[in-house]
Design a protein around this ligand. Structure first.
Ligand SMILES: NC(=O)c1ccc[n+]([C@@H]2O[C@H](COP(=O)([O-])OP(=O)(O)OC[C@H]3O[C@@H](n4cnc5c(N)ncnc54)[C@H](O)[C@@H]3O)[C@@H](O)[C@H]2O)c1
Length: 258
């Protein structure tokens, strides 16, 4: 897993996964996110962080793009392979959530959510897999689904998000079977409630009672932190997991056990 690509990497879980890959030996890391400034800043911060920790040498390069733009995705994957010769692992953390009741949900917003969470994840995985196949290297693809793909979050309303994350789980399992003969492993991580810029605005919209409700439903009695997911990503990316495909790691502090 020398060469890793992470989408949604400018902040939150994606950024933390990039740290995890660097900590566990990745030497070339491509960050994908929407804003050029934020993606460049994340690349600079990660490089400085690695140097401060005495890890290195590590190359961290920003590839700002919208994952819903399939041509831009293909171009960037091509550039990454041109630069570093291969892609060992791609992790797709770019994602969005909206909170509306189903009757109030603007259809165009719903389409845009599916475009990012489902189609965008697929475009990135397929573009990387095409290079893995052409080069005969195999590789690891890690989709970020959610416990929302298995249970209904409550009381906030987010039907399309939940459905999109169920689609991501099933996409991972389907592609795992389809691409196994090429030694491309495809797995999913399904986080529970994690403290990031995604969950903060939901709590602001619905109030402190929402946060209390989430914690009440989590046996570990807290929200997760981005670093709580690092081990799952490293496990699935690693060559030590060469027979692990089509699996889903639910990392939710026990939420879905109840
Ligand atoms: N935070 C949680 O509690 C939680 C729980 C389960 C699953 N997840 C999933 O984890 C992933 C990361 O979430 P997060 O909490 O870090 O959220 P976040 O909002 O902090 O980060 C998401 C990143 O994705 C980027 N992004 C959004 N649309 C994009 C697009 N079209 N093209 C490129 N980049 C785009 C954003 O710019 C942002 O940097 C998401 O897929 C989310 O659904 C999060």
């Amino acid at each position: 897993m020398q060469v890793c690509v992470i989408t949604g990497a400018a902040r939150g879980l994606g950024y933390s996964f990039a740290e995890a890959f660097i900590e566990s030996g990745s030497t070339r890391v491509a960050l994908v996110d929407l804003s050029p400034d934020a993606t460049e800043a994340a690349a600079t911060n990660l490089s400085e962080w690695a140097t401060e920790k005495g890890i290195g040498p590590v190359e961290v390069v920003a590839y700002p793009l919208n994952v819903t733009d399939e041509r831009a995705v293909q171009e960037s994957m091509g550039k990454i392979v041109e630069k570093w010769g291969k892609i060992d692992c791609i992790l797709t953390a770019a994602g969005v959530v909206h909170n509306y009741s189903s009757f109030e949900y603007p259809s165009e917003r719903m389409k845009s959510l599916y475009n990012v969470n489902v189609h965008g994840s697929f475009y990135c995985a397929r573009a990387a897999a095409q290079h893995m196949m052409a080069l005969g290297t195999g590789g690891s693809i890690i989709f970020i689904s959610s416990m929302s793909g298995r249970i209904v979050n409550w009381p906030q309303l987010q039907m399309p998000y939940n459905a999109s994350k169920a689609a991501v789980r099933q996409m991972a399992a389907s592609l795992a079977c389809e691409w196994a003969e090429h030694q491309i492993r495809v797995n999913a991580i399904s986080p529970g409630y994690i403290e990031t810029s995604m969950t903060g605005p939901i709590v602001e919209k619905y109030g402190r009672g929402m946060l209390d409700e989430w914690i009440r439903g989590t046996p570990m009695k807290r929200l997760g932190l981005p670093e709580d997911l690092k081990g799952a990503a490293v496990l699935l990316a690693s060559d030590a997991s060469k027979f692990t495909t089509g699996s889903e790691l639910v990392i939710d502090g026990g939420y879905t056990c109840l």
